[in-house]
Structures are given as C-alpha cells and as structure tokens.
Design a protein around this ligand. Sequence first.
Ligand code: NDP
Length: 479
Amino acid sequence: MKLQNYINGEYVDPIEGRFLDNMDPSTGRVYGQIPDSGPEDVEQAVQAARKAFPAWSGLSATERSRILLRVSQGIEDQLESLAQAESKDNGKPVKLARTVDIPRARDNFAFYATAILHDASETHDMGSAGFNYTLRRPIGVAGCISPWNLPLYLFTWKIAPALAAGNTVVAKPSEVTPATAFLLSRICMEAGLPPGVLNIVHGTGPRVGEALVAHPDVPLISFTGGTATGARIAAQAAPLFKKLSLELGGKNPTLLFADGDFEAMLSTTVRSSFANQGQICLCGSRILVERSLYPRFIEAFVQRTKALRVGSPLEEATQIGAVVSESHMEKVLGYIALAQEEGGVIACGGKRVVLSGEQSGGYYLEPTVITGLPMQCRTNQEEIFGPVVTVMPFDTEEEALSLANSTRYGLSATVWTSHLTRAHRMAAALEVGIVWVNCWLVRDLRTPFGGVKSSGIGREGGFEALRFFTEPKNVCISL
Ligand code: NDP
C-alpha cells in the first residue's frame, strides 16, 4: 500500500515525490510506502488549515459536534480494518488493537464531540461594580505530533479536542506507524469534515515534525513522545512563545505491599508490565515488593511471565506480539545486556524469539524479568520501553516511596495495598501525574492526564484539553 498525505481535503503525493518504506515488524518485511514529506508539504498543510479556520471556528458547537460524532461512528464502522492495520504497522496483537486502541480512538471523538456541548466558561459577579466573564476561543492552527506505540489512540487524543474546540489541525503521525492515520483521513472525508480542517502530513520528525514546530503560523503544539524529543521541541518553540503540551517518557514504579490481594496484584502486574510488549508509556517497569512478600511474588511472577505466549500478532491467542522495529528491538536487547553488566540477574526471558515461517524475520522478544539491581543503575533510571521489568524488595513504606520517586520521570505509579490510609498517603506523596490503587490503566476520560518532572508539562484529557486548545480572554463589564 502506498500512502498519501491528506491536505485540504484531498489525498496528495509529497511535493518532492520521495517515499519511505513501511515495515511490518511481525515479519521484518517491507509492506508499503509512506510519503517522506518535507517543509513544503507542511507549508501547504498549514495554509490549508489557516484558510479553513474562520469557517470551522465559526460553526456552532452543535454543528461541530455532529460532524465529529460522524467521525467517531466511522471509526466504529471500520473497527476491524483499523485494528488489522494497526497490528500490521505496530506488531501489537490484533486482539489488543480491536479491544483497546481502536475503541478508544472512537471514544476520543465521541467524548470531545459531546464535551463541547456541555462546556462552560466562568462569570464572576462583582456586585455594583459590574461583572467579569471569560471568553474561551479557539486559537488557530494546532500542530499535533504523536508516537508509534498507540498510533490511532494517541493521534485522536490530540486531534479530537483540538477540532472540537474549533481549531484546525496539521497532524504528523509517527513515520513507523502511519496506516491508521491514513485510514482516518478517509473516514473524515466520508464524515463531511470540511477541507483543510484536518491535514495529515506523513514523514520523519526531523523533516515534518521540526517544520511544524518551527512554523510561525502554528501557535500551539501538542506532542507525545520521548523526553529527548520533547526537550528539543520545547527549545525550538520557546522563543516563538508557542503554547505547548508535552507528554513524555516514564519509568513507572509498581509498589506491592504484603497486605494487597495477591492474585489480583499478580495478574494485573503481569499485564501492567508486558501489555503491548511493554510499549505503553504507563507500563510499570520497576516493581518494588515488600520484603516479606518478595519470595512468593517473584516465584509466581516469573512463572506467569514464562507462560505468556509470544507469537504472530494476527493469532487470537497471542499475548506478546512483535516490538515496533528492528532498531527498537536492538535498543531493548542492549538494555538487557547493560542490566547484566550492572550486576542484574535475568530471572526469565532476555532473548530474541525467532518464530517459524513468515514471521521468522519478525522482531519478537521474550518478556524479561531482572532482579538484583540497585535503584541508581542506568537500567533502573532510563526508559527502556520494551517487555523488560526489574524487581526489587523494600522494607518500609518510606523506603518504597523514596525508591519510587528516585528517577527523573514522573508519569504514573501503581500501589497495591488493602491499607486504606497508606493508599492515600502514597497517592499524595508519589511524584507522578496519575496513581492507580489496586488497579491499572483504569481512567475516566473526564480527568486530566499528564506527567510531572521529565515526563512532561501540561495536561491533556477531559476539559483540560479544551482549555489547552482555547485561549481565555477576560472581559470586564461595568454596570
Ligand atoms: P519520539 O520522541 O521518537 O517520536 C514521537 C514523534 O515525534 C514521532 O512522530 C516523531 O517522528 C516525532 N519527532 C521526532 N523528532 C522530532 C523533532 N525534532 N521535532 C518534531 N517531531 C519530532 O517517540 P517515539 O515515537 O519513539 O515514542 C515513544 C516515546 O513516547 C516513549 O518515550 C514513550 O514513553 C513516549 N510516550 C509518552 C506518552 C505519554 O502520554 N506521556 C504516551 C505514549 C508514549 P518520527 O518517529 O516519525 O521520526
């Protein structure tokens, strides 16, 4: 399949006519081509978005809502083909794409299409002096840049609120996983989204991403990706005074106290460690276990991990598919080697898996559990973003907290305990943007989402995203 950009409501080839190979990580083979767009394509997309802005922002919330609900319905109607495309692009089990990623993309549009119908801005009564109200208006062209791990889910998590709030958008999906963004453009055409309201430019970060961040007519940037890329974007955007939302990396702790429900924490921790091959920014990669529980937990955890089925993403029984690319596989294997150099013991996994037949060239890794490492080593401090976790014991609640908070990251944490006040104490003291107590990855879409420290700035989700994608204007009326 040869993909095209979606600019001004039409499919177009990149101006320079350059294309990149699109790899299927489950086989290691090329299966399509994507535009290797450049700054001129970004320029065209930005101009189309600028042109579309007055009419789109001038629609009533009800009119925008109707169109965006049709996009949501279009995703629902195409659910199976989107799930297949996402699995082929990314290597994730198709079952996961079908039950999590694609339904969530549909829900993102439905949520924001209806949120704008219920949003309100503030009015402050100043008595005889008058009153003060806040107008919240869309800003203009939003630049949305997303990563490869949850391709359509994170792409729509930005685009839906930006459009709902009345902005127009130029979006860049990851070059590694472009297929579902391409299919979304067809859905938008069929839903009657006016030309230029959403523009999708495919290509690399250095050519397309940077041109978008640097563009003077793009006043706001919403980015999800790695911390190093986020720092570069922040440096580029700061002198241009752009509004920025950065959702970055994580090194999330999972804290297991001996009074937690053993079976629930064991099965959920297997999932929170290895779902999507560990390539979810919210996966727990450092498991901290109360010492009295440690021997029982590690034995059961290793046993469950070994039983996970690594296989072709298309097979329904597969639990661990392929990691996203060869270079990412090499990076993860490099970290496993580093962990051993740092004194870590591989309790299970640690190697590449070579499947038979068509999948023999695919990028499969054994889910890996490492013990015996100190918290300050690189393995425990740097984001690996693969099916690799470390496990270590702790003695006291204070020690658990200090270990959990000891990295530069602050995205999420999970706490397992049946001690009510401890749960609240830990939730308050953990330096992260989201804490799960006795669960994982459960979240109401109305809540703000984001990290602290090197995991990002700003909050997405809920009405926070509508705040990000609008500018407040203060109006004071004297009576
Ligand atoms: P990257 O930072 O490499 O890339 C993210 C996106 O940015 C891609 O579309 C990429 O393009 C683009 N990009 C790269 N360089 C630039 C640049 N200089 N200017 C503008 N855009 C650029 O992240 P990954 O795609 O590798 O995704 C994995 C990372 O994302 C992990 O660190 C993970 O933790 C994080 N993440 C964070 C989440 C959160 O909510 N906090 C959620 C999900 C993931 P391309 O790759 O096409 O070249």
